[in-house]
Design a protein around this ligand. Structure first.
Ligand code: ZN
Length: 212
């Protein structure tokens, strides 16, 4: 346990340093860059000092999106590695993107919440190959979908007081539609290479249409 704490302190300092230097986004790679770009072009600019907050969080929560303030919370006490932070930032940015483009009713429409959690689990790398191997869950073809479904359920149950059956029902209702909605990536980015391709396509989107 002590070891984890040490590591956590180092990483926390690193996050805070990056944050204070205004480099939170640039340090986190193509997924986040693409999401930030997509939000900007949808009219939702993200400001590093206003929209990212480093806090200590309860339990094992690693991050959150606060819809009322449009703020992404990074749980500095529960994030121990740069790669984990990248996933958390990407996951929460997907919620922020959905909030921006779709006027999500987080509190009254259960389907909206379920859909965004499915998308965040699917597109953030939460269920990517390396991640799953490291959890000793390496498995079959359908495994990615199972992982996404499981993580979406877990996220919903962490923020809403509903029964597991109720959460499962809603997740299953919207699963196919939301699992296949890859905006703004255009694909499921399984690794950094995919994310770089997606970012390149996104950067070239205007040029492409201008040439038609
Ligand atoms: Zn989430």
């Amino acid at each position: 346990m002590a070891k984890t704490k040490e590591l956590s302190k180092d990483t926390r300092n690193k996050i805070v340093d990056l944050h204070q230097a205004g480099k939170t986004e640039s340090a986190i790679g193509p997924y986040a860059k693409l999401l930030l770009g997509a939000m900007k072009s949808s009219g939702c600019a993200v400001y590093k000092d206003r929209h990212f907050s480093c806090e200590d969080c309860d339990g094992t929560v690693s991050g959150g999106f606060d819809a009322t303030s449009s703020q992404i919370v990074l749980c500095q006490n529960n994030i121990h590695q740069q790669s984990h932070m990248n996933r958390v930032v990407t996951h929460e940015l997907i919620h922020a993107f959905d909030h921006c483009r779709a006027h999500v009713d987080w509190f009254n429409n259960f389907k909206h919440l379920a859909c965004s959690e499915i998308r965040a689990a699917n597109l953030s790398g939460d269920c990517s190959f390396h991640n799953e191997v490291s959890r000793f869950n390496f498995g079959l073809k359908k495994h990615h979908q199972e992982c996404v479904r499981g993580r979406a359920l877990r996220s919903i149950l962490a923020v809403r007081k509903v029964s597991r059956e109720e959460a499962e029902k809603v997740v299953d209702e919207v699963f196919d539609t939301c699992f296949n909605d890859h905006a703004p990536f255009g694909r499921i980015p399984h690794d950094k290479k995919d994310a770089n391709f997606a970012y390149r396509d996104f950067e070239n989107r205007d040029r492409y249409y201008a040439n038609l």
